[in-house]
Write a protein that binds this ligand. Structure first.
Ligand code: A2P
Length: 348
C-alpha cells in the first residue's frame, strides 16, 4: 500500500532529482510512474534500485495516480495538470504556469505549509530563486518584520535545463581549445539572440517585460508577496546567470521594520531556523558557495552584515541547490506536507 506518484518530466534536470528525492520521502510509495515526451518512451530510470520504464505523457497516464509532480515546462503543465486533477490526483507543479493563480497555493513548507489546505487540485512550487530567499528571510520577517528586500542573484545554468548545461560545457571546451562555437539556448531559449555563458555573466533570465524587468525578476517580486501574504513589502530583483552548474547564490539586502535587530540576533534566528544552515564566520573564511551547496537540501546563509548607513539595513549571502530546495526537494516536501496533514488518501 501507499501512494502512486507520477513524475512528469522524469528525464529532465529537475525530474531526475525528483526521483532521487522521492526515494527519501517520509511517506509510503506503492508505485512511481515516470513520464516524459514520446522521445523518451522506453528508456529506463532507477527508483530505489528498481528499473522503471519511462512512458509518454498522456491524459490517461494519470489514472489511479495520487500525487503528480510536474516539471516539463509550463505548456505541459497547462495541458496535463487539469487532466491529472480530473482523475483525482493532486498536482504539485514546479513550473510558473499556475503560481500566481489565486486558486492555487504557492508553498514553501518552512514558510506557509498551512496554505496547502486550501488547494483545489493544484499546488505550485515557487521559482527556485524565490524559495531559498524565503527560507532565509522568513525567520527574520517573523521576528522583526520586513520593509524592503533588494536581491541580486547569481544563478546556475541547470535552472535552464539539461540542454543548457550541455551548451555551457561544450562552450567551455571549445573556448579552451580555441575552437569556434555558437550559443543557441541561453540567456533564454525563447528569445531572438543567444550569448555564450562560458566564462561570462548574463543579466537576463527568461524574457524581458515592457518595463525593463525580466520575467524571472518579476517572479521573485510577485511570488515573495504571495508567499509572505504581504502586498506592501518593497522588493526589487536583478537576476543574473553565471557559469555554475548547480547552486544559486543571492546577495540579499533587507530593511527590517522593528527595532532590536543585530547581526548576532539575525545569526541566532537563522541558526535555529528550519531548512537553514548558518555558515557565517568571515575570520575563518566560512561562507556558503554553490559547489559546497550542490547536492544538499538546506539553504545556506553567510556574510551577514549591518549596512554602514541604513540603521535597519542588513546584507547577506544566500546559497542553495536550485534543483533540490529550489525545485525537486521543495516539491517532495509539499507532498510530505499533504501526507502529514492528511490531505491525500491513497486510492489503492
Ligand atoms: P524528454 O527528455 O522526453 O524531452 P529540462 O528542464 O532538463 O530541459 O527537461 C525537460 C523535461 O520535460 C524532460 O523530461 C522532457 O522529456 C520533458 N518534456 C518535454 N516535452 C515534453 C512533452 N511534450 N511531454 C512530456 N514531457 C515533455
Amino acid at each position: 500500500s501507499g501512494y502512486t506518484i507520477a513524475v512528469v518530466g522524469a528525464t529532465g534536470a529537475v525530474g531526475t532529482k525528483m526521483i532521487q528525492m522521492l526515494e527519501q520521502a517520509a511517506f509510503p510509495i506503492k508505485e512511481v510512474k515516470l513520464l516524459a515526451s514520446k522521445r523518451s518512451a522506453g528508456k529506463k530510470a532507477l527508483f530505489n534500485g528498481k528499473e522503471i520504464e519511462i512512458q509518454e505523457t498522456t491524459a490517461d497516464s494519470f489514472e489511479n495516480v495520487d500525487i503528480a509532480l510536474f516539471s516539463a515546462g509550463g505548456s505541459i503543465s497547462k495541458q496535463f495538470a487539469p487532466e491529472a486533477v480530473k482523475r483525482g490526483a493532486v498536482v504539485i507543479d514546479n513550473t510558473s504556469a499556475y503560481r500566481m493563480d489565486t486558486e492555487v497555493p504557492l508553498v514553501v513548507p518552512e514558510v506557509n505549509e498551512e496554505a496547502i489546505r486550501s488547494h483545489k487540485g493544484i499546488i505550485a512550487n515557487p521559482n527556485c530563486s524565490t524559495i531559498q530567499m524565503m527560507v532565509a528571510l522568513e525567520p527574520i520577517r517573523k521576528q522583526y518584520g520586513l520593509d524592503r528586500i533588494i536581491v541580486s542573484t547569481y544563478q546556475a545554468v541547470s535552472g535552464a535545463g539539461v540542454s543548457a548545461v550541455k551548451e555551457m560545457k561544450d562552450q567551455a571546451k571549445n573556448m579552451l581549445n580555441n575552437e569556434p562555437f555558437e550559443a543557441a539556448i541561453l540567456p533564454s531559449g525563447g528569445d531572438k539572440k543567444h550569448f555564450p555563458i562560458a566564462f561570462n555573466a548574463l543579466p537576463q533570465i527568461d524574457l524581458f517585460t515592457e518595463d525593463g524587468y525580466t520575467f524571472e525578476e518579476l517572479k521573485m517580486i510577485n511570488e515573495t508577496k504571495k508567499i509572505m501574504s504581504n502586498d506592501k513589502i518593497k522588493i526589487s530583483a536583478t537576476c543574473v546567470r553565471i557559469p555554475v552548474v548547480s547552486g544559486h547564490a543571492e546577495s540579499v539586502y533587507i530593511e527590517v521594520k522593528e527595532d532590536g535587530a543585530s547581526v548576532a540576533s539575525i545569526q541566532d534566528l537563522l541558526r535555529n531556523a528550519p531548512g537553514v544552515e548558518l555558515q557565517d564566520d568571515p575570520a575563518n573564511q566560512i561562507y556558503p558557495t554553490p559547489l559546497d551547496a550542490a547536492g544538499k537540501k538546506e539553504t545556506f546563509v553567510g556574510r551577514i552584515r549591518k549596512d554602514r548607513d541604513q540603521e535597519n539595513g542588513y546584507h547577506m549571502w544566500v546559497v542553495s541547490d536550485n534543483l533540490l530546495k529550489g525545485a525537486a526537494w521543495n516539491s517532495v516536501q509539499i507532498a510530505e506536507s499533504l501526507y502529514k496533514l492528511g490531505l491525500v488518501k491513497a486510492k489503492d
